[in-house]
Structures are given as C-alpha cells and as structure tokens.
Write a protein that binds this ligand. Structure first.
Ligand code: GLC
Length: 535
C-alpha cells in the first residue's frame, strides 16, 4: 500500500493558474479583474480543479504586469478592492476549492515606499533594505551581473552616488534578504494573507533571493548563442542559487507552518539535482519546488521517459512530486508541440505522479497569439525586440464564447484575442463530446477518484520512437496503464503479459472508451488511452 494514504489537499490536488489580467473583465475596461474571476468560479468547479493560483493582484505600476509590487497588502484598483478579494476567497472556499497567491519577495517596485526611502539618502534607515554598491574601482557597475530582461543588472543613482541591483527591470530593485528587518517585514506580509485564510503561495523567482556576499563576477557562458536572451551570456553562478537562500526558504516555510495545511510552491528554474535541494533536507523547504521539465523537454517519447525517470529518481524521500505544462512566461503547449498533440499532452500531465499545474486556456488548446510589434506590452519583448522573447502571446484573453471579444470584455482587450475564438472557445468545447476541454474534465475526474492515478506508484513500461507507456498503481488496489502515441502515425502497443489486459477508461477518441483489450492495442496517430487493468 502507498505510505501516503491520507494526503493533504495539495498533495493530491490539481492547480489551475489564472493570469488575472486576461481571465474575465467585469467592468469593461479591457482588463480582467477579481469580480470577473468570481463570475467564472462555476466553470472551474465544473472542470474539477482543486486550487486556483492567481498571478499578482497587488498595487503595482505594472511595469512587469504586477510582478513589480508597490504595496504587498492591498489590491490594485485594476483588479478591484480588498472587499472583492474577500468575496473571492470566501466563494472559492465555499465551493471546496483553495486559493494560492503569488508572493514576489525578490524585488519590489521602484515606487514602493521602502525603495523611495532607501534611495532618498545613504543614511536612510531603509538603505540596507536593497542592494546598493559603490562603482567598480575603475568606474562603472560594481560587477558584470546582468538583468534577466536585458542589459546590466546595476542602475546608477545620481543622487546618492551608488548603484542598486535589479535582477529584472530597473523598476524592480532587488531586496536585500540578508537583512533581518527585510525578512521580518516580508514574513509579516505572508501572515497578513494567511490570517485572511489564503491557502498558500507561489513564490516568485525563489532561487534569486540571495546573492554572493562578495559580489564576484559571473563567468562567461561558453554555450551562448546570439539568438539566446542576453542574460544567458553569463552563467549566473554568483547572482542566483546561493547556499544561504535555503535558510530563507526554511524560515518562510516556518511561517507557513504556523498555519494548518498551507502550501508553499517555489518558482525555480534549475537543473533537477539543484532543484531538489529546495525541498529541504528534512522536507522543511518548499512543499513543491515547481518542476518545469515538461516546459522544455523535446516532445519525443524517449526523452520524456528519461525526464520522468530523472525526476522520479531524484525526488527526496517524502518529497511531493509535481508537473507543470504551461505558465505565463513560456510558450503555450499547443504552440510548442502542435495542436494535434494537445490531447496526448493533457493525458500525460494528468496521469503522471505529481500535482499537475494547468495554465488557463490550455484546457481548450489556446495558442500563442502573434502580437504586432507596435502592440507589444511585455518588457522582455520590448527590451530584446529581435529575439522573439515577448511573453504576450501566451497571455492573451481567455476565449469563453463566440461573442464580442470572446466573452472576455465588452471593450478593447489589453492584448488582442486569437482570431480563432469564434471556433475555439469554452462554450463550444463544452458542447462537444470530442473536445479537449471534455477530455481534461474526464481526466481530472478520474484522477480525483482514483488514488492510483493520483498518488500511486509510477512504473515505466516502454518508450520507443513513437510512444510512451507506463503503469500507475497502488498495490492491492487499482492499476492503470497509460499509452500515449506522440507520433502522428498509427501505433501498435503489443504485450504478451496477461496482466496488461483491461478496460479503456479514457481515450482521446471517446469511441474506444469501455473497450476491453488484451494483447495489442491499436492506436491512431496522436492518440492516447488510460486503461484500467484487471487485477
Ligand atoms: C517570474 C515571473 C515573471 C516575472 C519575473 C520577475 O519569473 O513568473 O512573470 O517577470 O518573475 O518578477
């Protein structure tokens, strides 16, 4: 039997990420808001997800669309009011779901009163709250560290004659997490939201929070190529993932542990072995360091099987696995692997061992939308215009129906909507038995009902040039076989094992559901099945 027979909500949940600006507009200003989300909770409940993660909703000058926060304990008027938030939280809870907020501890907005005070004078009591440094002896920035969004990570402040560090935009100065006052103030912000009853946090760029105390230069990246982001010219070995960051992570976790059943998710883009360290040596770190393997692994069965094996093998004892297939920073899955494979991808995400995080719109196969250059909003796209790095294409408004602006808003949306919205939208897919949306819903339901698919063991069966297959099981309870054809050609899953006979529970082709199979399973191109095995 599985050891973990009574998992906590987040250990067997399904998380759904909402980019609030693009979900649902309620006041027709072309921007999504909290009341809009409230009006769509029924849909999320119908879909069957357990937890909603909201990208930032706090007051912000919106230089990085909310990831530049000027007040951590309020709501930006674009999204509504604190009263709207309270309504949202209680409605989510009433429906038996959970609400996870985005916490952005690495940096504030340059308009945050803390930074305004910090830059007012070298003697300001808030000076040490940020990372200030004298110029290099020969003049210029203190070292070679780069900003993720292009250019140097250092910005000169004429008034006080020092540079400040910003890993992202210059309007996003990095906080100095070595300062205990910063720690205490940030932890109290967590408590503010936890006291309100939020169920956890997704912690933004967790691995960036502490920098080398000696500010050593980062080494050159020998693998850099011109089409890569300029940030990749160097290897950020001194500006990110410092050993001391774990102390901060552990302290943050202790704050969450003051409250029952809250979850801490870490946004961490690191190689798997480094990622695992963020679980903590006694599972006292992030509950879920985000696993981003599926965002970049080549869509080939052998490589995917290897990625799963690597992840499964690297997990520390007691560490809860998780899988992510899309977010507001990365190309949408449909555009990355092609629309023909979106059903197979859904089946993979929802049958792997690990909490799945869905990105809004992926459940209807929304694509990256080309945004003309004069409409680009994302600073990453604007700062490196020749590299096709804008994140706008994956942030376009949710396609609800075939009405004006896809039912998102009655005014011009902040980003253009995919031209295909009259054909591809929630309403249409809801009514279509064959739709991706209905497949997501079925997979979510089965995963929720069947502990084997949720927390059961993962056993690889086979991976070849076309397909991947695996079993999910709880010994003595139920067993499922998943076969996914990642190619467009027919695939023949052959086995002589008697134990692999059973009944197809879910298929990307609903006609096959209910079929009893034994021996060979013939699959169409781009097809996947989840089969309940006979005992
Ligand atoms: C994270 C967010 C991204 C943001 C960056 C800076 O990577 O996901 O959207 O731009 O942090 O806060």
């Amino acid at each position: 039997m599985s050891k973990n027979i009574n998992p906590l909500w987040w250990q067997n949940g399904i998380i759904y990420q909402i980019y609030p600006r693009s979900y649902q507009d309620s006041n027709n200003d072309g921007l999504g808001d909290l009341q809009g989300i409230i009006s769509r909770l029924e849909y999320l409940h119908w879909l069957g997800i357990n937890a909603i993660w909201l990208s930032p909703i706090y007051p912000s000058p919106m230089k990085d669309f909310g990831y530049d926060i000027s007040n951590y304990t309020d709501i930006d008027p674009v999204f509504g009011t604190m009263a709207d938030f309270d309504l949202l939280l209680s409605a989510v809870h009433r429906m038996g779901m959970k609400l996870i907020l985005d916490f952005v501890p690495n940096h504030t907005s340059d308009q945050h009163p803390w930074f305004l005070a910090s830059k007012s004078s070298k003697e300001s009591p808030k000076r040490e709250w940020y990372i200030w440094h004298d110029p290099a002896p020969e003049g210029g920035p203190p070292n070679n560290w780069l900003s993720v969004f292009g250019g140097s990570g250092w910005e000169w402040d004429e008034h006080t004659g020092q540079y400040y560090y910003h890993g992202f935009l210059k309007e996003q100065p990095d906080l100095n997490w070595r300062n205990p006052e910063v720690q205490e103030n940030m932890f109290n912000i967590l408590r503010f939201w936890l006291d309100k009853g939020v169920d956890g946090f997704r912690v933004d760029v967790m691995w960036h929070m502490i920098k080398d105390a000696q500010f050593r230069d980062n080494p050159i990246n020998p693998g850099y190529r011109a089409e890569m982001p300029t940030y990749d010219r160097l290897l950020p070995v001194y500006s990110t993932d410092q050993p001391e960051v774990l102390d901060i992570v552990f302290k943050m976790r202790r704050v969450l542990d003051e409250y029952p059943e809250r979850v801490m998710i870490g946004e961490i883009y690191l190689p798997i072995q480094r990622l695992m360290i963020y679980y903590g040596d006694k599972n006292n770190g992030a509950h879920l360091p985000f696993n981003f393997l599926l965002l970049s692994v080549p869509w080939e069965p052998i490589k995917i099987a290897a990625a799963i094996a690597e992840y499964e093998g690297a997990l520390p004892p007691g560490g809860s696995p998780n899988w992510v297939m899309g977010n507001h920073d990365r190309p949408r899955i449909s555009s990355r692997i092609g629309s023909g494979q979106t059903k197979v991808a859904a089946m993979l995400l929802l049958t792997l061992r690990g909490i799945p995080t869905l990105y809004y719109g992926d459940e209807i196969g929304m694509r990256d939308v080309p945004i003309p250059f004069d409409e680009v909003q994302d600073p990453q796209g604007l700062n490196m215009p020749d590299k096709n790095l804008s994140r706008d294409p994956c942030r376009t408004p949710m396609q609800w129906n075939a009405e004006m602006n896809a039912g998102f808003s009655e005014s011009k949306p902040w980003l253009r909507i995919d031209k295909n919205y009259t054909l591809n939208n929630v309403d249409r897919q809801k009514a279509d038995h064959y739709s991706l949306l209905n497949l997501y819903r079925k997979l979510i339901r089965l995963r929720t009902e069947e502990p084997a698919l949720n927390i059961g063991r993962y056993i690889q069966v086979c991976a070849d040039d076309q397909a991947i297959s695996y079993i999910r099981e709880i010994e003595g309870s139920s067993r499922f076989l998943v076969v996914l054809n990642l190619s467009h050609r027919p695939y023949y899953f052959k086995t002589t094992q008697k134990t692999l006979s059973g009944r197809i529970e879910i298929s990307t082709l609903p006609e096959m559901e209910g079929m009893i199979t034994q021996g060979t399973i013939e699959l169409d191109g781009d097809q996947g099945v989840v089969m309940r095995l006979d005992q």
